[in-house]
Design a protein around this ligand. Structure first.
Ligand SMILES: NC(=O)c1ccc[n+]([C@@H]2O[C@H](COP(=O)([O-])OP(=O)(O)OC[C@H]3O[C@@H](n4cnc5c(N)ncnc54)[C@H](OP(=O)(O)O)[C@@H]3O)[C@@H](O)[C@H]2O)c1
Length: 251
């Protein structure tokens, strides 16, 4: 498997580190990072597109589509965009006559093969690639993909949450390394419960909440202060920015 990568920033590095079995050709900017990754480097973005049958676009979301529009693709090529908020229709309009698919993933977790990827529409080649960096979920509608893609922001926000929680423990005297480990182990343990238990979420929640106990006390304060409801508001705002439009379902 040989893939050309346009835009070698944080996401590209995570994916390249996670997919050790894949051969990559990189776009020539970001010299320091490109040198560190030790992959083949194309002479220009156009040379990369000319050389590779499969192209992964990890360019900045704000400007990347314009960069892609300025390149010439050919029939028989396949292009996967990981740019947040770039629709399938917009990507296909930019890369035709090449085929296009859109994807979303958490990023850093993919470097450890633990990041779930979303793919729209289903595509055996790109599912095979993304399978190197975590589980893959394919979608057959734009609506389903766009809602699920808010996971990209949710993932980053949970890292902020974990830093905040570790900071609370450390700020009250716990060794910072232990605070970090404790937060990670607690969340990883609870994530395993969701993946392994057959119980529904209400039953799991009831099971971990002793009436009159400390979980009930903590959650009551969070709820009173709007901390849980704020997640809905924030994720709705990201979804609106993703530009969900039913007419973009072109699969
Ligand atoms: N970071 C994540 O975990 C993550 C997760 C999911 C999706 N994404 C998506 O992935 C994309 C990249 O995000 P990122 O966090 O990796 O951003 P980033 O670190 O800023 O990387 C973007 C890279 O694109 C390069 N670039 C900009 N214009 C270019 C051009 N014309 N030709 C070639 N390279 C060019 C930049 O090079 P210079 O440094 O030289 O400007 C930079 O290395 C975004 O669209 C984002 O929505 C990111």
């Amino acid at each position: 498997m040989r893939i050309g990568v346009l835009g070698v920033g944080s996401l590209a590095e995570y994916l390249i580190r996670g997919a050790e079995a894949v051969e990559f050709v990189l776009s020539p900017r970001s010299a320091e990072r490109v040198a560190r990754l030790g992959c083949e480097v194309a002479g220009s973005n156009q040379e990369l597109v000319d050389e590779c049958d499969a192209v992964l676009v990890c360019l900045p979301a704000a400007t990347g589509l314009e960069v892609v529009r300025g390149l010439r693709f050919r029939a028989g090529q396949t292009v996967c965009s990981a740019m947040a908020g770039v629709s399938l229709a917009a990507l296909r309009g930019a890369v035709g006559p090449a085929q296009g698919v859109v994807a979303m993933m958490p990023g850093y977790a993919n470097a450890y093969g633990m990041g779930p990827s979303l793919l729209y529409p289903a595509d055996p080649f790109w599912a095979g690639f993304l399978g190197h960096v975590g589980p893959v979920h394919a979608f057959d509608t734009a609506e389903g993909f766009e809602v699920a893609a808010v996971m990209g922001a949710m993932s980053g926000a949970t890292v902020f949450l974990m830093r905040h929680l570790a900071g609370w423990f450390a700020g009250r005297g716990l060794d910072p390394a232990l605070a970090r480990q404790l937060v990670a182990e607690v969340l990883r343990g609870n994530a395993e419960v969701l993946l392994r238990s057959q119980e529904d979420l209400d039953a799991i929640t009831a099971g971990v909440t002793t009436p009159g106990g400390i979980t009930e006390q903590l959650v009551a304060v969070l709820r009173d202060r709007g901390a849980l409801g704020a997640w809905d508001e924030a994720m709705d705002a990201v979804l609106a920015r993703m530009g969900l439009r039913p007419d973009l379902d072109v699969a």
